[in-house]
Write a protein that binds this ligand. Structure first.
Ligand code: ARG
Length: 269
């Protein structure tokens, strides 16, 4: 029951965001030159470059293949940068330093499977959402934890990636003393496999990748919340946000974004 309510709230916020998005898109369409004007007006941290901050331990959105960072976010950001005539530069940093870095003008965008939240909107702007995520609960295959309510009501320790929505929600649910924060999702998984913690709450696609790569883990069938992923942009750079949204709209309309997501997350069924 509790869980259902949480999901309903997530879907509501998605609907609101999509509503906002379509209004904004209509406005740009009324002026034929809007795209050109926006493209001419925006500035970036370094001319000719689009500097993207991410945390590259979050498959399939961003992860290392050898010493190269690849994934859904990298491909979408590259396609956006191409449209803006910019070269994408990726900086792999701690997840919980991304918003501050965008806010202080160190990076042009934060693109990290980053969820749009009310709180983050106080510090940065977000682009149009380009994907959705669900918070999932990972436990040992033989765990007695069956859903969010058994997890919350027991005395279990919960692992999260520091500063993520999983961290924010679970801290609220179980309190500081039962939360173990890790710099990388994978470090939380290692603590789970070694029995130091009883569950990890993290976004569903990385959860699937981590469970596939480690024996003896499972994802609970009860999804926790639904969230929108978008790019974080400095609040003073409305022109860059407009240009990025225009690029995202074109990449959505011509099927590029769906194709990128499909390549990494083959449609089920
Ligand atoms: N969606 C979650 C959030 O925004 C987790 C994102 C973690 N991303 C990463 N690249 N490590 O808080």
């Amino acid at each position: 029951m509790k869980t259902l309510k949480r999901i309903a709230a997530g879907i509501l916020s998605t609907a609101l965001l999509l509503g906002m998005t379509s209004c904004a898109a209509k406005e740009t369409e009324t002026s034929a030159d809007a795209n050109v004007d926006a493209a001419a007006a925006f500035t970036t941290v370094e001319s000719g470059k689009l500097i993207m901050a991410t945390n590259a331990f979050f498959p399939p959105y961003e992860y290392y293949e050898g010493d190269k960072i690849v994934g859904i976010d990298v491909e979408i950001a590259t396609a956006v940068a191409d449209k803006l005539g910019l070269e994408l530069v990726i900086e792999d940093v701690e997840f919980d330093s991304i918003i501050a870095g965008v806010q202080s003008g160190k990076y042009d965008i934060g693109c990290a499977g980053m969820t749009v939240t009310e709180d983050r909107l106080k510090s940065v702007n977000f682009s149009t959402p380009y994907a959705t995520g669900i918070q999932s609960i990972i436990v040992a295959a033989d765990s007695e934890i069956t859903d969010i309510d058994t997890l919350v009501s027991g005395d279990y320790k919960v692992g999260v990636q520091s500063g993520t929505t999983g961290d924010i929600y679970m801290t609220e649910e179980v309190g500081e003393e039962r939360i173990e924060r890790f710099a990388k999702g994978n470090d939380a998984i290692i603590a789970l496999t070694s029995g130091k913690i009883s569950a990890v709450v993290i976004d569903n696609e990385p959860a699937k990748a981590f469970v596939a790569a480690n024996d003896g883990l499972k994802i609970l069938e009860t999804p926790y919340t639904v969230e929108d992923y978008a790019m974080a942009i400095n609040k003073d750079n409305e022109a860059l946000k407009d240009a990025i949204n225009q690029a995202l709209k074109e990449l959505t309309d011509d099927g590029t974004i769906a194709a990128i997501i499909n390549k990494y997350i083959p449609a089920e069924g």
